[in-house]
Write a protein that binds this ligand. Sequence first.
Ligand SMILES: *Cc1c(COP(=O)(O)O)cnc(C)c1O
Length: 365
Amino acid sequence: MIRFNKTLQNIKTYEAGKPIELVVREFGIAPENVVKLASNENPIGTSPAVVKVIKANAIKAHLYPDDSMFELKEALSTKFDVEDNNIIIGAGSDQVLEFIARAVLDEKSSVLMSAVTFAMYEIYAKQMGAKVIHTASFQHKYDEFMEAYHMHKPKIIYICTPNNPTGDATSKEEVLKIINAVSSKTLVVVDGAYMEYAAAKDAEYAIEPNDLLKYENVIYLGTFSKAYGLGGMRVGYGIAQAGLIKELSKMRPPFNISTLSLAAAIAASKEVGFVEESIILHEEQIKRYEAFADENGLAYIESYTNFITYLFDEKLDATEVSNVLLQRGVIIRNLTSYGMNAVRITIGTKKQNDTFFKHFKEVIY
Ligand SMILES: *Cc1c(COP(=O)(O)O)cnc(C)c1O
């Protein structure tokens, strides 16, 4: 029998949102009737202009992409007013999280994060044998972070703002307060996967990579998977001081994003109208979810993201509700495995949300 690395013993495999294919296979529902509101993808889809670029680049599928990713870095450096050498590109910002864990952690390290946050922080840390410390609340509370910081001296602090899977956010002031209170030996990761939505909702929550660039021990992460509508292309980025980027780059395999992904991200980063349009639709539709909760006596967490988290009391069971909806072709995210009797629902198009409310009403009454 193979003796696997002992760090694997306490790692749970990441549970991804259920795919449309599974519902088609298991419940015999036609794919066009499945409503997937489980993975925080952009419900509008991919921008038609970007689809065109992807198609045009298909003819270059035999060629490795430009490994320097010059054009993409140039587009991002213009967008965020940083230099090329402040940027690292990953196959999703997930891969940048992996580079960070591998570059910084070993079995003597610990990492600190909120009680309920993006599951991959924990998984990458445990792969390195590091100890994972959670604060008591899902919100990123300064006092809780400081107490744990002084007790454990973590090598990495993860700040997910807005936070997945809860949807709340931490103000720029609070994030800077935490950053200013820790030593430069602790790397602070600010994961802004949903930042476009938070910034549109409330300027106090808007954090730009440039706000953090004066700190040698801070990295900002962004992704094309959410507001930019490119989840299937797998492109994300980290922005930090050049010295940190140089070290992380030693972990990057060559050609880590595909020729098509690179072309898609370059096109998407130059097209602001699509993100704006996505946010307008989102802001209009999320009001329906808030109103529904208010009208039906359901609690929810105020959302700064493209999803909403409904909190159930003892009358409803999140696993049961999610399963019954699944059988009806509506995929949402059950948060029971995060220790919450709650569900996370990605805000869809008007039509998808109509379908959700129709079934959800029947299921909860
Ligand atoms: C979706 C998400 C990511 C990264 O997604 P990629 O598709 O790997 O870029 C990172 N952090 C959070 C909190 C997310 O929700």
